[in-house]
Design a protein around this ligand. Structure first.
Ligand code: ZN
Length: 192
C-alpha cells in the first residue's frame, strides 16, 4: 500500500461533503458562534460550564466518589506539569535572547553562558561530556564546572534555587525588568 492510498478517507462520502461552499459555511457558523460567546462574557461562560457539569459530570461523580477524587487530582497534576514546563521554557528563551539576564542578574549557584556555536562541556549532573555540544551552559560560580540545561532546570525544578537572588517569584519578562529596575535602584530599563 502506498502512502497516498493510506491517506484516502474511510468514508467515501467524506470528500463529497467537503466542498468550498460547505467549508465556508462551517467557518461562518463557528465564527458566529465564537462572536456570540465573546459578547456573553465570562459570567455566562461560567454558568454554561456549570450547567454542563451538573447535567453530564455531576451525576457520574456522585455515584462514584473515588472517580471524583481521581479526576480532581489528575486535573491538578496536569495543571502543575504544564505550569512547570511553561516556566522552564520561558526561562530558556530569556537566556538565549537577553545578555543582561545572563550577565547582570545575581545568580546563586550557576551563571548561564551562551556560546555562538555548540560547545562541548562535561556536565557535572549527567557526569557525561555532551558530544556535539550545546550553546547554552550553566557555569558553577565556585568551582567553574558546568551543568547542561536539563540538569540546571530539571523536570521537578526548585525555583528558589534556580532563579537569581531576589527574583525567585518572577514569571514574566515584564516583571523581571521591573524587579531589576527596583533592585538596581536605576530608572533605566535593562538594555536588551
Ligand atoms: Zn546534564
Amino acid at each position: 500500500m502506498t502512502i497516498k492510498e493510506k491517506r484516502e478517507p474511510q468514508n467515501p462520502r467524506y470528500n463529497a461533503r467537503k466542498t468550498p461552499e460547505t467549508i465556508e459555511k462551517a467557518r461562518e457558523r463557528s465564527r458566529v458562534h465564537r462572536e456570540k460567546r465573546r459578547y456573553e462574557g465570562p459570567e455566562a461562560y461560567k454558568q454554561r460550564a456549570h450547567a454542563a457539569y451538573v447535567k453530564y459530570l455531576q451525576p457520574k461523580l456522585l455515584t462514584d466518589p473515588e472517580r471524583y477524587h481521581a479526576k480532581i487530582s489528575e486535573h491538578h497534576a496536569r495543571r502543575h506539569r504544564i505550569e512547570r514546563y511553561r516556566r522552564g521554557q520561558i526561562l530558556k528563551q530569556w537566556f538565549f535572547k537577553h545578555a543582561w539576564v545572563r550577565d547582570e542578574l545575581p545568580w546563586k549557584s550557576h551563571r548561564p553562558v551562551l556560546y555562538d556555536q555548540n560547545t562541548g562541556h562535561y556536565c557535572a549532573g549527567c557526569e557525561w561530556t555532551k558530544y556535539g555540544g550545546r550553546r547554552l551552559w550553566f557555569k558553577n560560580l565556585v568551582d567553574e564546572s558546568y551543568l547542561c540545561q536539563s540538569c540546571y532546570i530539571p523536570p521537578s525544578p526548585d525555583w528558589d534555587q534556580i532563579m537569581p537572588k531576589g527574583y525567585e517569584d518572577i514569571k514574566t519578562l515584564k516583571d523581571l525588568k521591573a524587579r531589576k529596575q527596583q533592585l538596581d535602584g536605576s530608572g533605566a530599563p535593562p538594555s536588551r
